[in-house]
Design a protein around this ligand. Structure first.
Ligand SMILES: N[C@@H](CCC(=O)N[C@@H](CS)C(=O)NCC(=O)O)C(=O)O
Length: 204
């Protein structure tokens, strides 16, 4: 019997969307469980590290969005062709995560004066620093992050870049043609197009 998959996250795209993309790409049926923010405090301590997303695979709980994406990537032959290429996927996702942590820290910052201090260096230095490099990596790897091959790193980064753009209200892709082309390539895959059409419409 095929394993069962239940993905639990908030009713947003953000860190669950790469997982949803990969499940959709693989034609894997899954329960897309969305928790209301008001329900979360009561649920937090029932999760392994007090965070979402989590995914139940045949009832076993797994967590950490990059680990989940990597797991699905291996299952779907989207982790490169050998250990080295698998490492290349991990490295670019980990580098991207450094950026993501900074942008999500900014987005969540409640103290407006701290937020304003962080704004200029984040928008004018940090984000361009990372996006220049990510764009160059795609250019040098024939349109993907790893050696011209479709990998889970493409899915992970394309989805999370979209969230960075939406949450920080910035349209940066026009400045980064290789990231833009990769985003269009992923979003135009037939399974992903179908998922985008049917997924719930959410704020980010
Ligand atoms: N490293 C984790 C981070 C998970 C994470 O930060 N989740 C946030 C939502 S994006 C969360 O659960 N926030 C609620 C909380 O911390 O109480 C991953 O990649 O899955």
């Amino acid at each position: 019997m095929a394993p069962t998959y239940k993905l639990t996250y908030f009713d947003v795209r953000a860190l669950a969307e790469p997982i949803r993309y990969l499940l959709a790409y693989g034609g894997i049926e899954f329960e897309d469980h969305r928790v209301a923010f008001e329900q979360w405090p009561a649920m937090k301590n029932t999760t392994p590290y007090g965070k979402l997303p989590i995914m139940e695979v045949d009832g076993e709980v797994i967590h950490q969005s990059p680990a989940m994406a990597r797991y699905l990537g291996r299952m779907l032959n989207l982790a490169g062709d050998d250990e080295w290429e698998s490492l290349l996927c991990d490295m670019v996702v980990d580098a991207f995560t450094d950026l993501r942590m900074l942008t999500s820290g900014f987005f969540r910052e409640k103290d407006q004066s701290i937020k304003e201090k962080k704004r200029e260096p984040l928008f004018n230095e940090t984000i361009p620093f990372y996006l220049d490099r990510l764009d160059k990596q795609v250019e040098e790897n024939s349109g993907h992050f790893v050696r011209g091959k479709l990998t889970w790193a493409d899915f992970y980064i394309v989805c999370c870049l979209e969230t960075i753009g939406t949450t920080l209200k910035i349209c940066f892709l026009d400045k980064y043609p290789n990231l833009k082309a990769l985003t269009e390539k992923i979003n135009n895959l037939p399974q992903i197009k179908e998922w985008i059409e049917k997924r719930p419409k959410t704020i980010f």
